[in-house]
Ligand binder design. Structure first.
Ligand code: CA
Length: 223
């Protein structure tokens, strides 16, 4: 089941971050940078979910949302708001948004909201709440991790990183992918934080689980 996601966002860096990230997770994203066009697209019935920025060059996100709901559209909408703007959030939710995402955000946070919204709609497939790989088991709801049945403590970032690896077993994940997923688009791509955290995960989950692929990134190996 392909989930088609409409992204209405005028900032190219964020739009591309969302588009790449969603595509890598198997969604089919469409990006538009204008509120008027976004509204048109939203009303086509061709999408399963919309991610809607508030600050747009023509009509703002509130207006798009109001007109959508006024036209009878029940398309799930996640509104992107400024981190400090409670007003944005309240107006967005009152205007019919299903959820909101304060900027700046990490891709993993947004993805969790997208999956949650799609799970509630008929178009969604079954979403797993426990993922396993080798002897590692992550309970996504209880935020618990076990290795060979033994509980392991992971920090929030370590957990997100582990989840990313377990969802993509045997696949090489680049530092850039991991960085944008777990730390967000605001983070310095020259940073070695990914390598540092992979080191933490190896210590906690087992050194042989994550293989370094020289010049490319890391791969989670099941055997
Ligand atoms: Ca904007």
């Amino acid at each position: 089941m392909v989930n088609r996601v409409l992204i209405v966002e005028d900032e190219p860096r964020i739009a591309s971050f969302l588009e790449k990230g969603l595509r890598a997770e198997g969604f089919t994203p469409t990006v538009v940078s204008s509120g008027v066009i976004g509204l048109d697209y939203a009303l086509t019935g061709e999408f399963d979910l919309a991610i809607l920025d508030i600050g747009l060059p023509d009509i703002d996100g509130y207006t798009v949302l109001k007109r959508m709901r006024g036209s009878g559209s029940s398309l799930p909408v996640i509104v992107l708001t400024a981190r400090d703007s409670v007003t944005d959030t309240v107006r967005g939710l009152e205007g019919g948004a299903d959820d909101y995402m304060p900027k700046p955000f990490r891709f993993a946070e947004l993805l969790a909201r997208v999956r949650l919204r799609l799970r509630g709609s008929s178009a969604a497939g079954e979403e797993k709440t426990v993922i396993e790989g080798g002897n590692v088991r992550l309970d996504l709801v209880r935020r618990e991790v076990t290795v060979a049945g033994r509980a392991v403590e992971l920090s929030a970032r370590e957990f997100l990183l582990a989840e990313m690896f377990l969802r993509h077993p045997g696949q090489v994940l680049s530092r850039e992918q991991l960085l944008s997923h777990v730390w967000g688009y605001e983070f310095d791509p020259g940073s070695n934080i990914v390598d540092v955290y992979v080191g933490y995960l190896r210590k906690k989950l087992g050194a042989s689980l994550i293989t370094t692929v020289r010049g490319m990134g890391y791969r989670f190996d099941l055997a």
